[in-house]
Every structure is written in C-alpha cells, then in structure tokens.
Design a protein around this ligand. Structure first.
Ligand code: GLU
Length: 430
C-alpha cells in the first residue's frame, strides 16, 4: 500500500480522524483498491485531487454593503473527459466536502460509463437569506472567478443542493458573455428553452426508481407491495417518491429539513407535491402524522432512501435502522463505519455513486445534445437512461458477486478499474 502521510495533503483537507468527508471517501477507495491489488502509482494518483480552486466573491447586497463569499471548484480527475459535477449553495460547504464530492463524481461517471471526469463546486452561503438579485450577482461573480477553469471541454457544472435551472441559466449566460458567443454545453441542468434536456430535472429520481426496482428484484421483493421511507423532498426525494408511488409502492414516511410526515397506509404523493410547491416544506402536510428524522430512519420499511445530505447514517443511528434495502439517493449519506454495520446485518445497500447516477447520465445526454445542436424526445432520453442505469446496476452487482463484496466496494472496483486502465494507457506526462 502506498505511503500517504498527512504531509502529502493540502493542509486544508482534514484527515479522517477529524470527521473528514474526503477521509471517508478515501476509506471506501482503499478497501476496493486493496482487493483490486491496485498498482501503488495509480493508487497515489487517484487519491489526490488534480486541482482545487478557492475564490472570494464580493457581492453588493441589497443593503448597499459589500459581502464577500468563499467559493470552491475542485476538479478531482479528468482522465476520462471534462470534469463534471454540480455546484451547491450551503452554509456548511467546505473544501473538504467539495473535494470528496468531486471524487465521488469521478467514480460515479466511471460507474455510469460516461466520458467525464469528476468535479464539484460550492459557495459558502445561506441561499434562503439571499434575494433573487443577490443570488444572481453571487452566481455571476463566482462564475467570473472560475471562468478560466470551466468550459465544454474542461469542466461542466450542473445543479446540486440549493441550485436549480435558473442558477444554471446565469452560469451559462455569464460564461457566454465572457467568451463572446452563446455556449450552451458549458453547463447542464439548464432550462429547456436554452439548451436543457427534456427529462433532466427528473433524471436523478428516475434513476433512483430504476435501481430500487432492480434491487427489489434481486432481493425477491415485490416493489408494488413494498413500503418506502424517504429523507428529503427536494428535487431528488420528491421525484423518487412520485415515480416509486406510481409503481404501486407505498411511501409511508417523508422528512425534510423542517419536519416530516408519516402514514402507514401510504402518503398521497401528488397532493404532497402540490403542498410542497406552496409551502416550501412537507412539514404539517395534512395527509398523515408528524415524524422526526430519527423516527423515519428507525421505521420497519422495505426500502429506506436518504435523499438529503452527507453523514446522515452514522454509528449513532445505524443500529436502529431496520430497512431491508438502502438506496443512497444523496451523496455520502452513510459513513464507512455505519455502512459496515448495515452490511453485516444483511441490509442491501445501493451506493450513491450508482444510485444517484441518473442525474449526471442525463447531464451527459444534455451535453451531447448541446454539442450536436439536435434535441431528443423525452421518451428517447428516458429509454437511454433506463438502459444506462440497468447496465450500471448489473455491472456492479456482477462485480459484487465475483469478489464477494458489498455493492459499494463493487462500484468502486468498477470505477477504479475503468479510470485506472485509462490512466495507464495514457501514460505519464513529464
Ligand atoms: N449534482 C448531481 C450529482 O451529484 C448532478 C451532477 C451533474 O449532473 O453533473 O450527481
């Protein structure tokens, strides 16, 4: 195993013992790399971010004062193609988190078998306290600060936590103004009218539905009779709930950052979508009883879907989790220690880098359509997504069986093999 002392790291990346998210990613990586008997040189390359950018973004607030926000863009690896990954707006964004998320994007794109590397961006801010004008100014200044690093061939951002198609429209416009022509392929998750893809908004949730269906089939569980609990009702959680309810499954509980609701008979998801659109939360939704997040995790359901943030399932609550199947719609919702506990208890975990790869897969379709200037029907997008997700799920499942490992380790094995092979073929420059 390669030596990888703390001194090798950028000082701003905290090591695993300090609760680092990047440290958790490394733990997962190392497990798979050991089984693969990965060449130490490749090991060393793949455990270091290629490029980390930190920018200060001064913004004139509505009050007239200037506020300075910190932004990051990390390009973890670009061996397979341009860096790809979202931009998140959240008060807890850190370089450690963005680096881990950029690494996960690298493995996710490799598992999805699309020609992208991995990147991620973030701005430390509380978007709920920004006006629309402030949000636009912040977005444009952030893009201007990282402008040399992004582009259709270099690094292609997308939506993530608290960013949406409007934010992507501002990213696209700012970049286009700087280069002097309209460049749609610089960002994905855009509004349909300006080069977005049909089906992109629903893609992550649709992918979650597809892997849940495949996982249920594998476990001999009838999805149409299954009970499902979902943490998070943002873009991913709400679409997953909607599409899974359409398969006949019962969505028995949902929580969001404000509150939660449960109904053992099944929640009326279309009504919840309407309620959430109006109230910006599902808290106090009249179709059920209140439930906390910890209660949701402990429910005796067939499927549990964390669709919010990292580090939700930890050693503190893993023992109380009673689900049969865990579908990681969020990035990094389970710590490595908690994952080990669940695996030993026989919970079938579909890892984030597989479970939520539907989003970036349709981002790839959007990028292809933009570069072609030719746009597909929604049914075409969905059929191609179905095929990609099916292939990815079964490639990982077969690897899990071949190596006798859990699905997370198997997904890493698939990803590391693909990126590692190309790294070796391309050889070392300099
Ligand atoms: N933010 C999403 C993710 O974490 C989508 C990224 C993309 O489409 O580039 O996978």
């Amino acid at each position: 195993m390669p030596r990888r002392g703390p001194a090798e790291y950028n000082a701003t990346i905290r090591m695993p013992e300090h609760g680092s998210i990047f440290g958790a990613m490394l733990q997962e990586f190392d497990e798979a790399a050991r089984l693969l008997k990965l060449d130490p040189s490749i090991w060393r390359i793949l455990t270091h971010p290629k490029r980390q950018i930190i920018v200060s973004c001064p913004v004139q607030m509505d009050s007239g004062e200037i506020e300075v926000f910190t932004g990051y863009r990390v390009q973890y690896n670009i061996t397979l193609g341009p860096a790809k990954g979202g931009i998140r707006y959240h008060p807890d964004v850190s370089l450690d988190e963005v680096t881990a998320l950029a690494a996960w994007m690298t493995w996710k794109c490799a598992v999805a078998h699309i020609p992208f590397g991995g990147g991620k961006g973030g701005i430390v801010c509380d978007p709920t306290r920004l006006s629309r004008r402030e949000l636009e100014a912040l977005t444009r200044r952030y893009v201007a600060e990282i402008i040399d690093a992004i582009g259709p061939e270099k690094d292609v951002p997308a939506p993530d936590v608290n960013t949406n198609d409007q934010v992507m429209a501002w990213v696209m416009d700012t970049y286009s103004m700087h280069v002097g022509h309209t460049s749609t392929a610089v960002v994905t998750g855009k509004p349909i009218e300006l080069g977005g893809s049909l089906g992109r908004r629903e893609a992550t949730g649709r992918g979650v539905m597809i892997v849940t269906r495949e996982a249920a089939k594998h476990r001999g569980l009838d999805l149409a009779a299954a009970t499902i609990a979902i943490q998070g009702f943002g873009n991913v959680g709400s679409v997953s709930a909607d599409l899974l309810a359409r398969t006949g499954a019962r969505i028995v509980a949902v929580t969001d950052s404000i509150g939660g609701v449960q109904n053992p008979k099944g929640l009326d998801v279309p009504k919840m979508l309407e309620y959430a659109a109006e109230h910006k939360t599902i808290d106090k939704f009249p179709g059920g009883e209140p439930i906390t997040n910890e209660q949701l995790f402990a429910l005796d359901t067939d499927v549990l879907i964390p669709a919010a943030l990292e580090n939700q399932i930890t050693v503190d609550n893993a023992a109380s989790i009673r689900t049969k199947i865990l579908i990681e719609a969020a990035n990094g919702p389970t710590t490595p220690e908690a994952h080990q506990m669940l695996h030993e208890r026989g919970v079938f975990v579909v890892p984030d880098i597989l479970a939520n790869s539907g989003g970036v897969t349709v981002s790839y379709f959007e990028w292809v359509q933009d570069r072609y200037g030719y746009f597909w029907e929604e049914s075409d997008v969905n059929a191609r997504l179905e095929k990609k997700m099916h292939e990815a799920f079964h490639a990982v499942l077969q690897t899990a069986m071949k190596y006798g490992v859990d699905m997370r380790t198997a997904a890493y094995i698939v990803a590391i093999s693909r990126v590692g092979t190309v790294t070796r073929m391309r050889g070392m420059y300099a």
